[in-house]
Design a protein around this ligand. Structure first.
Ligand SMILES: [Zn+2]
Length: 258
């Protein structure tokens, strides 16, 4: 059986399914990763800082304008692109499978835009919008407008610095997202499929390892091999944008035959 058929079979037979998605899925929409932002040289900014330092929680405190220079680049890239057929195929699979979850590292909000139900979507690195005030907490939904004006964007109510609800470097993961992930992991998954992620974080690797140890099915969809390749049962080399709609096609046709 072809890898794609093995994954389709596993999904058809499963109830609890987890898709883990990373930068590769957004790259198919044309989004750069933070390391691929314009103007970087060997991962360093024009100010001579590693991009991880520019996009860090401490930098937002110390020099909000500098941190926002790079947040704004991410923001413009996200606003300038959109969800792709890969996001839409996952959302459709979630409609067919009411216990299918998505855990994403991406901050672009494209899963939500593609129709993934928010109650089965864990955005472990947060999202770029809506902005909120660091001082008074007031929300501000107008990301696009702020990117046209001098940075950092300021709160209309109190003049404090606005920020997006993303996890910057050196910041904690959102507690609600972590709680939700581990609550679902305790219930267990029949199938875990990693898409477009190189999976270096423990909260990405752990669901794969746990599911495999418990006898579940694990797969990876990625153009190249990653750290995860040896851990999963099936490796499907390809772009999420091509593979996911094809996978959905296999599953839909099986369902019609039955
Ligand atoms: Zn404020």
């Amino acid at each position: 059986m072809q890898p794609i058929e093995r994954i389709a079979q596993a999904i058809l037979q499963a109830e609890r399914i987890l898709f883990i998605t990373g930068a590769g899925l957004s790259a198919d929409s044309g989004l750069p990763t933070y390391r691929g932002l314009g103007g970087l040289y060997n991962g360093h900014t024009a100010e001579g800082l590693p991009i991880e330092a520019a996009l860090s929680g401490p930098m937002l405190q110390r020099d909000p304008a500098l941190c926002w220079k790079y947040l704004a680049e991410l923001g413009r890239a996200c606003l300038g692109a959109q969800a792709n057929e890969g996001h839409r195929a996952i959302a459709e699979l979630q409609r067919l499978k009411p216990q299918c979850w998505v855990l994403t590292q991406n901050i672009d909000g494209y899963h939500r835009a593609a129709g993934s139900p928010p109650e089965r979507l864990i955005e472990i690195h947060g999202e770029l919008a809506p902005l909120y005030c660091r001082s008074c907490g007031q929300e501000d939904a107008e990301l696009a407008g702020h990117l046209e004006r001098p940075l950092p964007p300021l709160c209309r109510a109190c003049g404090g610095v606005l920020r997006p609800p993303v996890v910057l470097f050196e910041e904690m993961l959102p507690e609600a997202a972590i709680d939700s992930l581990y609550a679902e992991l305790r219930k267990g998954f029949d199938v875990v499929i990693a898409v477009g992620t190189s999976a270096s974080f423990p909260y990405i690797v752990e669901p794969v390892l746990r599911t495999r140890q418990a006898g579940g099915f694990t797969a990876q969809i990625n153009p190249t091999r990653t750290d995860l390749s040896d851990a999963v049962e099936v490796n499907l080399q390809g772009r999420a944008l091509d593979v996911l709609p094809e996978l959905l096609g296999h599953i839909s046709s099986h369902r019609i035959c039955k």
